[in-house]
Design a protein around this ligand. Structure first.
Ligand SMILES: [Zn+2]
Ligand SMILES: [Zn+2]
Length: 296
């Protein structure tokens, strides 16, 4: 590509140099001078357009492979995806596979994840369509457990802490080795549980807010940008996956009947989430409810 460019630009550059040597500056006709100025201006424009400080070999390879991505995308749509009625919104440039709505590529797992929420470094796994409920349940019940533990051990913690403060008094207290270990373990337990309850509690509340809005952590950023963009144009953004606070929770937890609050939420349950993560049709009761709200 570089060779071709120099092949084209070479003769033009040579002509310009010859003109300069012949002293065109002195007796140069205005038309020719104008042409030379435009040539230089065009060259600067072209360079400024092509210049990109973030550009590199990856960008060049991506650009070169763009027609292949387009071809694969369309061939897959015609031959495979169209037949299965899966709505894809784009193609993943890393996996070279069609990407359904709400799917994102995780660079750590190196694969596309359906309804990706985030990559959790603690679980060393992605949180997405099939494990989002488990992740939230884990955070919620773990927070409850830590709060219970901190609250329940408050008196023990105070006693142990007061005892540790007397260790360096004269005369020294007559605590056995076992009692000293118990004191330190109780203080450690309380601080650990309280800090985990605070950190995990904040994360749980944040995810609860997102679930109430029918968004994932990634969609929150995308929707925020889209909301601002449309607001600038005087239009209103509508999240198509937001069915209303209560219905969002029911869809997220897989609650179809009143009994499910007990069997699927409070008790451990291995039921699958609504849908296959590729097409996003809401459950029939959500559609009926939305229709009645619209009618009102
Ligand atoms: Zn991917
Ligand atoms: Zn991941």
């Amino acid at each position: 590509m570089r060779g071709q460019r120099s092949l084209l630009l070479g003769p033009a550059r040579l002509c310009l140099r010859l003109l300069l040597l012949l002293g065109y500056r002195r007796r140069c006709p205005p038309l020719l001078r104008g042409l030379v100025q435009r040539w230089r201006y065009g060259k600067v424009c072209l360079r400024s357009l092509l210049y990109n400080s973030f550009g590199g070999s990856d960008t060049a390879v991506d650009a070169a492979f763009e027609p292949i991505y387009w071809l694969v995308d369309n061939v897959i749509r015609w031959c495979g995806v169209g037949r299965n009625d899966i709505t894809t919104v784009s193609i993943c440039k890393k996996c070279i596979n069609p990407k359904p709505a709400r799917t994102h590529h995780c660079s750590i797992c190196n694969r596309c994840v359906l309804k990706m929420d985030h990559h959790c470094p603690w679980l060393n796994n992605c949180v997405g369509h099939y494990n989002h409920r488990y992740f939230f349940s884990f955070c919620f019940f773990m927070t409850l457990g830590c709060v219970y533990c901190s609250y329940g051990s408050w008196d023990l913690f105070r006693e142990a802490y007061a005892a540790i403060e007397t260790y360096h008094q004269t005369p020294p207290p007559t605590f056995s080795f076992r009692e000293r270990v118990t004191h330190k373990s109780l203080v450690y337990l309380w601080f650990l549980c309280s800090s985990v309850a605070l950190a995990l509690g904040a994360l749980t509340v944040w995810h609860a807010v997102l679930i109430s809005r029918g968004e994932t952590s990634i969609e929150r950023h995308i929707n925020k940008k889209e909301r601002r963009r449309l607001q600038a144009k005087g239009r209103v953004f509508r999240n198509h996956y937001n069915y209303g606070c209560l219905d969002n929770w029911k869809v997220f937890l897989g609650v179809d009947t009143g009994r499910h609050w007990l069997t699927r939420v409070l008790l451990p349950s291995s039921h699958l989430p609504h849908g296959n993560g590729m097409s996003w049709d809401p459950p029939p009761w959500v559609t009926a409810h939305s229709a009645s709200v619209m009618a009102v």
